[in-house]
Design a protein around this ligand. Structure first.
Ligand code: ATP
Length: 317
């Protein structure tokens, strides 16, 4: 089997596998190609499966596929002796709490590990206190140590704008400078993701001109609709082998409608809020069953309306 690259009239690259016999040439690298194609399908399937477990995020699912295609085709180009672009994968994640930023960062780490782009694919989560020190030189040292831990994986800095909190005189500035230096010098050894609320992130980027252009991927994580939150809840129950009774689902819907539109978008923690409700209801169901004389498999599976503690004032999360 031989392989050639052709461009079609839309300038798309097609990798063509030609089946033809050649007697005098050495055996073609059939095995390697077959393996690559198989691995490609496996990796893509795994990632799509993981992303498929997440509700919504259609744009993001497309971006992840794009990253996959980009890396894959670059590898193919390299194999054929063509120029391959150096891949910089640093990212900005903008969105309210609980919109899935950390979850997605973890999935991306796994993907980049499977694709041999990162040697470990692990996620180091950090916030201001992990990066900023108390005296001159301390911050650069702390930040460098954290970057060292993230080598081969992802450094995920949550509420990144808090680094700019104290202005020019604050040690946070030193953390930003150190991050910027390393994201350039070690751009292929780790991926930096700066995350936080959209509004604050935009303000932060406006204060640090030149920062945004260092991040080829900017991803917005919108707030979930009530229907999406219900679906997230349903999947969380399913994973734990529980189900909501019809009454419970209505109660949850009413509650989410009330909370989402009363607390204002910045104080509502989307998926995490639902996860808290799910976990609390599982404990309440256990307490209810404990007080009953008997119960069957259906009872063990089902979360009833009374298990959902949604009557109280919505907590500010
Ligand atoms: N689209 C989704 N589908 C299913 N579950 C989700 C989705 N988005 C978030 N979740 C769940 O919500 C919870 C919170 O998500 P996660 O920690 O990723 O949010 P976050 O944006 O990183 O929050 P924060 O910025 O406050 O740290 C997790 O349990 C996660 O699995």
């Amino acid at each position: 089997m031989d392989q050639s690259i052709r461009k079609n009239n839309k300038n798309q690259i097609n990798i063509v596998l030609n089946h033809r016999k050649k007697e005098s040439v050495p055996p073609p690298p059939q095995k390697i190609l077959t393996e690559n194609v198989a691995t490609k399908h496996d990796m893509l399937r795994q990632v799509e499966e993981e992303m498929g477990r997440l509700v919504g995020m259609e744009d993001l699912k497309k971006i992840i596929k794009e990253i996959y295609a980009w890396i894959y085709v670059n590898k193919k180009r390299q194999e054929m002796g063509l120029k391959a672009e150096k891949q910089v994968l640093h990212m900005l994640f903008k969105g309210n709490p609980g919109t899935g930023k950390t979850t997605v960062a973890r999935i991306i780490g796994k993907l980049l590990f499977q694709m041999n782009v990162l040697s470990k694919g692990h996620l180091i989560e950090a916030e201001r206190a992990d990066l900023v020190g108390e005296y001159i030189g301390h911050t650069a040292q702390k930040t460098r140590e954290l970057i060292k831990k993230a080598m081969g994986g992802i450094l995920f800095v949550d509420e990144a704008y808090s680094l700019a909190r104290g202005g020019e005189k604050d040690f946070g500035k030193e953390a930003i400078d150190t991050l910027v230096k390393h994201m350039e010098d070690k751009q292929h050894d780790f991926v930096l993701i700066l995350a936080g609320y959209s509004r604050e992130m935009n303000h932060f980027l406006s204060l640090n001109p030149g920062l945004q252009s260092r991040f080829p991927f900017i991803v917005e994580f919108p707030d979930y609709t009530v229907n999406q939150l219900i679906e997230i809840g349903r999947r969380m129950y399913e994973e734990r082998e529980y189900q909501l009774s019809r009454e419970a689902e209505w109660k949850l819907r009413d509650h989410l409608n009330a909370v989402k539109y009363s607390s204002g978008l910045t104080s509502f923690s989307n998926g995490r809020y639902v996860r808290n409700i799910v976990e609390k209801s599982v404990r309440s169901q256990a307490m209810r069953l404990l007080s009953q004389d008997s119960y069957d498999k259906f009872d063990l599976l089902t979360i009833s309306g009374s298990d959902l503690e949604c009557d109280e004032e919505p907590p500010i999360l």
